[in-house]
Design a protein around this ligand. Sequence first.
Ligand code: SF4
Length: 333
Amino acid sequence: MDPTQNDPTLGSWRSWHAEDAPIRIGVSSCLLGEEVRFDGGHKRDRFVTDVLGSWVQWSSVCPEVDVGMGIPRPSIRLVEAPAGPRLIASSSGEDFTERMLAYSEAKTTELQQLDLDGYILKKNSPSCGMERISVYRGQGSQRNGVGLFAETLMRRWPHLPVEEDGRLNDPSLRENFIERVFCRNRWRTMVRRGVSRRRLVEFHTAHKMLLRSHSEAGYARLGRLVASAGKMPDAELSARYEEELQSTMRTKTTVKKHANVLMHALGYFKLLLQPIEKRELLTAIEDYRLGLMPLIVPSTLLRFNIRKYEVGYLLGQLYFDPHPKELMLRNHC
Ligand code: SF4
């Protein structure tokens, strides 16, 4: 039997968190309240600064200031061109494309040295926006562009969890992003200490239910990788596991997937539960499935019973405590 299966401390994000490996997120500077916008203003985001700010270290980046455009500066926009959109000042027609592209390449390399856990971009910006940026053609425009800095960042760093401020207002996208960020930080922390077969099994075991809530297929592929751990060098195993891990965590959770994981967890109690306890849990899971209560209700009820009956395997599952409860990510219907 795997020795980690009965270690309850592995089931909490806190026990995986290391003081010397803080969660580090890149962010568009204006979202932190820095007055770097073209008009000298900012776009402070309360969730970013007041909620998430207590748990992470920021790497603040304003590409337009960094390329020397100054504050204040003329507003710029993406303009359609055969070889890709150009970054043009609306009033003067000055072209900032080459400067921004060169900067974006160099800055992405610099940020990769910091080994970030995620990135939050400013929506609607021709430099920072991750999707649906207006691209102008003559008098008209189409919202199908990507900010030049954002495009380089996401292309060069495909596994980095990236979101923008607008999308973070969607509770499920927000939880998905934060879950990926915390998971990446746990992985990074383990890698810093050296990946061994034992550590990988420990990591994988603690994440099993969390992975299943994202993708059963991804969970199965990761399981096969761990099972073949002795057949490849540690470095190759680590690289392949990380790639599959990030891809699995990128797959969005759904109510149905969560409900399936909760029912799966219930199966571990077998004859332990009193009939009334089992009924309460089944009702809470069904109410969650129907959208009558948030995920925090059935998962907390399950967690209480896991501790009460000391269900070893479930005690070690990060699914029940993947990120700080203060972020209130599972409190929405
Ligand atoms: S959106 Fe990006 S480029 Fe624009 S002010 Fe904010 S950080 Fe700077």
